[in-house]
Design a binder for this molecule. Structure first.
Ligand SMILES: Nc1nc2c(c(=O)[nH]1)N[C@H]1C(S)=C(S)[C@@H](COP(=O)(O)OP(=O)(O)OC[C@H]3O[C@@H](n4cnc5c(=O)[nH]c(N)nc54)[C@H](O)[C@@H]3O)O[C@H]1N2
Ligand SMILES: Nc1nc2c(c(=O)[nH]1)N[C@H]1C(S)=C(S)[C@@H](COP(=O)(O)OP(=O)(O)OC[C@H]3O[C@@H](n4cnc5c(=O)[nH]c(N)nc54)[C@H](O)[C@@H]3O)O[C@H]1N2
Ligand code: SF4
Ligand SMILES: [Mo]
Length: 737
């Protein structure tokens, strides 16, 4: 007998509502949930295709151990955990806790247990080797917020429901469905802006799927900071900014004003390629439109000065009078009392901040306790105290997602122990000693803490597991509990954690993700405050009585800054010396040998590297191609579909080219997440996207530098956009080599 169970998708950030059809222990299908208050019947192809991932014959169902010949054999959980425990203890005894590391990838963020348990375990272990996808994604958001607000987790989101002039810079929400913002049905949300007479302006080097539906302003890659400085210049120069108000809310205004005088639009136009008249017009519109906001994402984060660029986004919003006001760029809120003090205390107590602690290799700062993943390979291969000897990789595929995967690949083989927790065999865990099968999202219950303050309409949903773990899959946090038990024998802090867990279990309140989530739900907006608010929410109530989720407030609330800024005077800092120093790095030397500029792009039927094995997403065949403008292709003698070599100072790849007017001349776009080379267990992904090497597409991150000197200085982020490249015909390349 089949059953229908409301749940939600946890692939990307809108967390769309879905109805799972389940037959016994088996997931039969997923369809959009019409009763979900926000996604109301919308889901994208990836969400629907997930049934094929849950039931994929290629999925991991048992623990695996690597054999000396490089193949894998099935072993029991008991054997796997016992052997891993022994080897981990050995590494700890010989080299200390500082030689143990963890990389958690993007899907970890979509599981409260996974994120919290990894963070607490690794932080208490005290190791500097905590890595995540964040250093290729979003870490400079945290660092910018640290400098501006003293609060790394403050992240303003555009008030999609009420904004009348939205400038999207370096984001493509029609494909990505929105990021650092949970806004189901975002495409409709954007169309509603123009329907109410407003404007959506997309500033992007590519005429993206979003730009095609709204207004497009092309810009040269990695020049956004200059463009934003010019917007500020115009706001001050033309006397548009309300300086009295700004002085009340911030410090450092005079320094900022003095800095931007040098960046008139007429000066920056040569680099940005944005006509000065357009810059002036946009600056005026941002100030004069009562409800206006600027929103940036991956495109503004992956440049050489991503922290500065991200901070400038907020500064433009603030100076235009659009920060923390209705219809502007607003701060979501958990509604938990004492949040501000809690964050301030946490920062003092822990490494939950932009810390003075720097990486052993490259001397780069830690962000929320994590180090740049680009450094992982060198942290393994550079000998000395504190070298990385044992690595756990959960829900990640850094060989494809981090710069210079080849360097990482060969480094992984030098580890004393590598353990992967995944739902698949991928290009990274092909090098693991053990691979442990994890549950997919539908095999666990969840309430997603990291996204609570990011909903553009404040919303809460908790789900029960819709099916039991498939095969022998286990949830990551339960495996971490086991590792805590093992290391408790050696490490004092871990012993304290373990004892705490054991005591809680003994009094019948074991520490579980549900317990933590319940606490946040009950204390937060709409919560029952442990009985103080009658009829309020608890985890149980949310999951059982509101299976489609509940809107907990109709609108985002303005005036959150006083709760957000942790500086004693509650004023935003506009001229942190670290940020101002970055302005000096905006100068660029052009590289004659590599005249084109590489940018990334996301595809509607991919999710980074891991959904290329679902038949529904491969329908009609998939290609992995570079996009370039005819003005660049013609002089190079390149035609549609030709195989080309793309070269940078750091590497070269080969793939087909697609010629399109939908990109700024001088710019080449290549999606990441490809480069399936047969080493993973993805049979269909390996066969998709044919190229001259066979299939599986090419790994664009071979073109990106992992050299510490090339990482963004304040957040250690990889520079993945605006990278100088050259494109040539593959045949010519063959003759030359
Ligand atoms: N379908 C699909 N959805 C996804 C994902 C996926 O792989 N597939 N991935 C998810 C993840 S992990 C994330 S983090 C989010 C990301 O969400 P988004 O940031 O919205 O997605 P991107 O497609 O990376 O958009 C970045 C945009 O920046 C532009 N760009 C590149 N360089 C520059 C530049 O220098 N300046 C400017 N102004 N623009 C630039 C690119 O052309 C691109 O349009 O998407 C999530 N959603
Ligand atoms: N050039 C370039 N590189 C980029 C980007 C770019 O724009 N350009 N974007 C960057 C961004 S924004 C991101 S987020 C990263 C992503 O980088 P990663 O997170 O390292 O890689 P993914 O491809 O997301 O791989 C996710 C892995 O998690 C597994 N998985 C899925 N669900 C679960 C689960 O529930 N539990 C466990 N244990 N495993 C699971 C999948 O099988 C897959 O192996 O890539 C980054 N790399
Ligand atoms: S947009 Fe697609 S992948 Fe993202 S949450 Fe919604 S259904 Fe899932
Ligand atoms: Mo991401």
């Amino acid at each position: 007998m089949t059953q229908e169970k409301p749940t939600y998708c946890r692939i990307c950030e809108p967390l769309c509502g879905l109805i799972a059809t389940v037959d016994g222990d088996r997931l039969i299908s997923l369809r959009p949930d019409k009763q979900h208050p926000l996604s109301s019947g919308f889901a994208c192809p990836k969400g629907i295709a997930f049934t094929e991932i849950v039931n994929d014959p290629d999925r991991l169902r048992h623990p695996l151990r690597r054999r000396p010949d490089g193949g894998f054999e099935q072993i029991s959980w008991d054997t796997a955990l016992a052997e891993i425990g022994d080897r981990l203890l050995d590494v700890h005894r010989t080299h200390g806790g500082n030689s143990i590391g963890w990389y958690f990838g993007n899907p970890a963020t979509f599981s409260t247990g996974h994120t919290l348990w990894t963070a607490v375990f690794m932080n208490l272990l005290g190791t500097p080797h905590i890595y995540s996808a964040g250093s290729q994604d979003v870490n400079n958001r945290f660092v910018a917020s640290h400098f501006l607000y003293g609060n790394p987790v403050a992240a303003p989101i555009p008030d999609i429901n009420r904004v009348d002039y939205l400038m999207i810079i370096g984001a493509n929400p029609v494909v990505s469905h929105g990021s650092v913002m949970s806004s189901p049905r975002i495409r409709e949300g954007l169309h509603a802006i123009t329907a109410r007479g407003g404007t959506v302006l997309v500033v992007d080097p590519r005429h993206t799927e979003t730009a095609r539906e709204f207004d497009w302003l092309p810009i040269t890659p990695d020049t956004d900071a200059l463009f934003l400085l010019s917007l500020l210049h115009v706001m001050f120069d033309e006397g548009l900014a309300d300086e009295k108000r700004l002085r009340r809310r911030s410090r450092g205004l005079d320094e900022l004003k003095a800095t931007v005088t040098a960046y008139a639009p007429e000066v920056t136009a040569e680099r940005t390629d944005v006509p000065p008249a357009r810059v002036r017009e946009i600056a005026r519109a941002l100030v004069s439109t009562e409800r206006a906001a600027v929103y940036g994402r991956v495109g503004t984060s992956l440049g050489r000065t991503g922290t500065l660029t991200t901070a400038l986004l907020d500064m433009v919003n603030l100076v235009a009078g659009n920060l923390d006001v209705v219809g502007g760029s607003m701060f979501g809120d958990l509604g938990v009392p004492g949040q501000r003090l809690g964050i301030a205390a946490l920062q003092r107590m822990s490494r939950f901040r932009w810390s003075g602690r720097r990486s052993r290799v490259g001397g780069l700062p830690q962000v929320l306790g994590t180090a740049p993943a680009s450094l992982m390979a060198k942290e393994i291969t550079t000998p000395g105290a504190g070298a990385l000897r044992a690595l756990f990789v959960s829900a990640g595929n850094p060989v494809l997602s981090v710069p210079n995967g080849d360097e990482l690949l060969s480094a992984l083989d030098q580890l004393d122990l590598m353990v992967s927790l995944d739902i698949y065999r991928n290009e990274t865990n092909a090098h693991a000693d053990y691979i442990l099968p994890a549950t997919t999202m539908y095999e666990r219950e969840d309430f997603l803490l990291p996204f609570q303050a990011l909903f553009t309409t404040p919303f809460k949903q908790a789900t029960r597991a819709v099916i039991p773990p498939q095969g022998q899959a286990r949830e990551e946090w339960t495996v971490i509990n086991h590792l805590i038990g093992v290391l408790a024998r050696e490490n004092l802090m871990i012993r304290m954690l373990h004892t705490g867990n054991a005591l809680a279990a003994r009094i019948g309140r074991p520490v579980t993700p549900r317990l933590v989530s319940d606490l946040v739900i009950r204390l937060g907006t709409g919560g029952d405050r442990f009985g103080l608010r009658r009829g309020g929410l608890t985890y149980r109530k949310l999951a059982d009585e509101h299976p489609h989720g509940v809107v907990v407030a109709d609108r985002l609330a303005a005036g959150q800054l006083s709760k957000t800024v942790t500086f004693a005077d509650r004023r935003i800092r506009l001229s942190a010396p670290e940020l101002m120093a970055e302005i000096g790095r905006l100068a660029v030397v052009s590289d004659g040998e590599y005249p084109l500029r590489l940018i990334g792009m996301r595809e509607i039927r991919s999710e980074n590297s891991w959904q290329h094995n679902a038949p529904m997403l491969l329908r009609g065949g998939r290609a992995h191609a570079a996009r370039m403008h005819p003005d660049d292709a013609t002089p190079r003698g390149l035609g549609e579909g030709d195989l080309v070599t793309v070269a940078s100072r750091h590497g070269r790849i080969s793939l087909p080219v697609t010629i399109t007017e939908d990109i700024k001349p001088g710019v080449v776009a290549i999606p990441h997440g490809w480069g399936h080379n047969g080493s993973g267990g993805w049979t269909r992904a390996n066969a998709a996207a044919p190229n001259d090497l066979g299939a599986g597409g090419a790994n664009v991150n071979a073109l990106i530098s992992s050299d510490p000197a090339d990482l963004e200085r304040l957040a250690g982020m990889a520079n993945m956009t605006g990278v100088p490249i050259e494109v040539s015909a593959r045949a010519a390349d063959r003759m030359a080599t």
